[in-house]
Design a protein around this ligand. Structure first.
Ligand code: ADP
Length: 188
């Protein structure tokens, strides 16, 4: 059996991470671990976590590190993450989460972190166009601001460890998938 592949994907909100993660999952047989999807599922199911997270998410703010670290720790302990490997999407988003991830992974090393790069002006336009319920202009601006202040240092952290690959996120879906596969292949 082949070894599990462990990836992290970064990108501004609206960069197309969701679509490209589906392709990565198909191609490499990974578990897609999306903290945004997990939180939205908790909101829909009206669990205690969901009830607490909803207002934070609607405002475009970040759910607390402790909560997020716990969610990811549990998810990464599941069988599929260990056997198939994973692409972690939406985590780590802060330096405290990056530190927690290192601890959670222990001796399971990461193959790489991909930054799907789409400029702020372009993602803003896309988010306004998709009109998701939580995509108010204020929430969009807030998320992009937090991406720069909280997540940019995490990207730098991966870069300093030679784990970061930046993929140009402008182009057709197929072009971007091709670039992404090439970037991942180069890390394996
Ligand atoms: P977006 O819709 O902004 O691309 P996601 O779908 O990844 O982002 O996440 C939606 C919301 O869930 C975020 O705006 C944030 O409130 C919350 N969230 C997701 N992942 C995290 C995380 N790692 N830390 C804190 N909050 C998170």
């Amino acid at each position: 059996m082949s070894n599990p592949i462990r990836l992290v994907i970064f990108g501004r909100q609206g960069a197309g991470k969701g679509t490209q993660c589906v392709r990565l999952v198909e191609r490499f047989g990974l578990a897609h671990i999306s903290t945004g999807d997990m939180l939205r599922a908790a909101v829909a199911a009206e669990t205690e976590l969901g009830l607490r997270a909803k207002a934070v998410m609607d405002a475009g703010n970040l759910v607390g590190d402790e909560i997020m670290n716990g969610i990811v720790r549990e998810r990464l302990a599941e069988d599929d993450a260990n056997t198939a490997g994973f692409v972690l999407d939406g985590f780590p988003r802060t330096s405290a989460q990056a530190e927690a991830l290192v601890q959670i992974l222990g001796d399971r090393t990461l193959h790489g972190a991909v930054n799907l790069d789409v400029p702020i002006a372009e993602v803003t336009e896309r988010m306004m166009a998709r009109g998701r319920e939580d995509d108010t202009p204020e929430a969009i601006a807030r998320r992009l601001e937090l991406y720069e202040s909280e997540t940019r240092p995490v990207l730098d952290w991966f870069d300093a460890r030679d784990l970061l690959v930046t993929v140009d996120g402008l182009g057709t879906e197929a072009e971007i998938t091709e670039r992404l596969f090439a970037a991942v292949d180069a890390r394996l």
